[in-house]
Ligand binder design. Structure first.
Ligand code: FAD
Length: 566
């Protein structure tokens, strides 16, 4: 018997392959990359970047299976969550970095590292154009080609200025270790300049005005660090000018830390007010000159204030080399590289992208779900067996965690069980599925779907996921473990990437931190500060950096922060 119309889901690299050439403009006429010098038949894996994603991949990949080569202009891994602490000398820059050669030395296979930046990806010929960081000869930086079988793009992102005039020239960014070191020097410069006897009162006030643009976690943490540095250390050294120091935090939105729980946002805003940090919400920066910063308020008024130093922290943008690659592969309309759930760049064979430079293409969800359903519903009658229906739901849930979450949140996770129960547990029983209704209700999930956040957590998990896939490439070719392929025969080789959120911290200064842990568990205060110390100490990449950071924290407790301008 035909069942009642059912279920409208209201889901609301090898060491070889290297050719040097010195004329940076002359790409035409370059010799082909020479073959691998190892003489092995191992596939070549080329990794671009030594940040969270690239390093996590390198640490986990079985380098005896591949010829692995790494290219990055930075010969170290930097523990970015502690960068704000470097800006005020709470920890030293060298304590949060680990040489990449130390990391790869510990691997069984032979991983090659080249200190260079990728300047062009030639996907058609499976080659990458690189420029060395070093001046090998006096005329130009050495350039070379590297070929690959698999390319792992993990080049991160750059600071986003939204093309605001003057930002590039006059503001500090807080993205790299050098940025943090420059900020540290600049803060001391402002205090030393403001102490000069020749300075007018007006100029003194200007030099002591510190502006932070962006109320996200980085901007908030920096403002809190700076406030602590000034109140705990600098006021003792510059007692005369202490009352003239001002910190302003500019945020274009209605609240700071808007990706956190509302309780954390409210606590942080209150605390900043109590600390005397001037929080200006709804203030959008429209221009920066060498000594003033102009903002547009909600009323439409434009006001300009003098400043001594500005730190710009308003999010991330795409690197030019990634943008150029996106143009080549027809992804011009996108903000970052689009990949599928297996982290493969859309439309490219054997190219993977992870971390801040990529995002999993969520817009395909509707298209994929249509394909999945139509394929299951072979005769297009809108009738499936309970078993087929179960497979479709499993497949959709495996590929789209948001859909699974939606089902769970709406108490529909046991839908198929309910269905079986109502049909006396008969999996072969046919049911009618309102496919069109299902799809139209899914469009609501589609509109609620958010991209994964650009965080170290996501990047590191993607790096280790991809390494595990590479390690089991042959094994899973024979015994695929992934969901059914609805666009082809058999199963996908691997399970798709699933992000596991482990919680997030927002240090607010004065030994107080807000922690938002899975299950929306919120904790704010000194206890969370100790949790923050323990988690970050444990997450540091090596025992060396762990010891250095813990000794920096101890030094700060005992002697305070160092204010020398070196
Ligand atoms: P990155 O770590 O930026 O690495 C990119 C790599 O690519 C670098 O090695 C770079 O040198 C290399 N590269 C760049 N250009 C080229 C090129 N042309 N060719 C080859 N290589 C290239 N996330 C959290 O989860 N928790 C936090 O507390 C946190 N705090 C943060 C604090 C600050 C101040 C900042 C800036 C970020 C913070 N983040 C945090 C975000 C986190 O750092 C990023 O999401 C993470 O670094 C992304 O990793 P990635 O590997 O994609 O990029």
């Amino acid at each position: 018997p035909s069942l009642a119309k059912l279920i409208i889901f209201t889901f609301t690299v090898s060491s070889g392959g290297l050719v040097a050439y010195s004329d940076s403009k002359a790409y035409s006429g370059i010799n082909d990359a020479v073959p691998s010098d190892t003489g092995t038949k191992k596939k070549k894996v080329l990794v671009l970047g030594t940040g969270w994603a690239g390093t996590s991949f390198l640490k986990n990949v079985d380098s005896s299976l591949y010829d692995v080569q790494v290219i990055s202009p930075r010969n170290y891994f930097a523990f970015t969550p502690l960068l704000p602490s470097v800006t005020c000398g709470t920890v030293e820059a060298r304590s949060i970095v680990e040489p990449i050669r130390n990391i790869i030395r510990k691997k069984s296979g032979d991983i090659k590292y080249w200190e260079a930046e990728c300047i062009k990806i030639d996907a058609k010929n499976k080659k990458v154009h690189c420029r060395s960081n070093q001046d090998v000869n006096s005329e130009a930086k050495e350039e070379f080609l590297v070929d690959y079988d698999y390319l792992v793009i993990a080049m991160g992102a750059r600071a986003n200025t939204f093309n605001t005039p003057g930002v590039e020239e006059h503001c500090h960014f807080l993205k790299e270790v050098e940025d943090a070191q420059n900020i540290r020097r600049s803060v001391i410069d402002c205090f030393e300049r403001a102490s000069l006897p020749t300075l007018s009162e007006e100029e003194r006030m200007r030099n002591l005005h510190f502006v932070v643009v962006g109320g996200g976690p980085t901007g908030v943490e920096f403002a809190a660090e700076l406030h602590d540095f000034i109140r705990e250390d600098l006021v003792k050294l510059y007692p005369i000018i202490q009352d003239q120091v001002k910190i302003t935090l500019l945020e274009a939105g209605d609240h700071i830390l808007n990706m956190f729980d509302k309780r954390i946002t409210a606590f942080a805003e209150d605390k900043f007010q109590r600390d005397g940090i001037d929080l200006k919400l709804g203030s959008m920066v429209v221009k920066v000159t060498d000594n003033t910063i102009s903002t547009k308020e909600r009323s439409g008024d434009i006001s300009s204030v003098p400043y001594g130093m500005v730190v710009w922290s308003t999010g991330i943008g795409t690197r030019p080399v990634v943008m150029d690659f996106m143009r080549q592969i027809g992804q011009t309309s996108r903000r970052v590289l689009a990949t599928d759930e297996w982290l493969r760049v859309d439309g490219c064979d054997n190219i993977y992208a992870l971390g801040d430079c990529a995002t999993i293409n969520q817009r395909k969800v509707m298209e994929d779900i249509s394909v999945i359903f139509n394929k299951a519903d072979k005769d297009h009658s809108g009738t499936l067996t309970v078993k087929e229906f179960q497979d479709v739901i499993d497949d959709i849930c495996e590929r789209y965690p948001q859909v699974e979450l939606y089902l769970k949140n709406n108490q529909m996770k046991n839908l198929v069980d309910l269905l079986k129960d109502s049909k006396g547990n008969n999996e072969k029983e046919s049911i009618e599925v309102d496919i069109e209704g299902f799809k139209s209700s899914l469009s609501q999930v589609d509109s609620q779907m958010k991209n994964l956040p650009a965080t170290a957590q996501v990047a590191a998990q993607q790096g280790s996921y991809l390494a595990r896939c590479f390690n089991r490439m042959d094994e899973c070719e024979e015994n695929p473990e992934g969901p059914l392929r609805f666009r082809g025969m058999g199963r996908h080789r691997f399970h798709p990437f699933r992000y596991k959120h482990l919680g997030q911290f927002a240090p607010l200064g004065g030994e107080q931190t807000a922690a938002q842990l899975p299950g929306d568990w919120v904790s704010i205060g000194r206890s969370s500060q100790w949790l923050w110390y323990s988690v970050y100490a444990s997450k540091l990449v090596s025992w060396r950096t762990r010891v250095l950071v813990i000794s920096d924290w101890t030094r700060r407790f005992v002697f305070g922060r160092d204010s020398s301008r070196i």
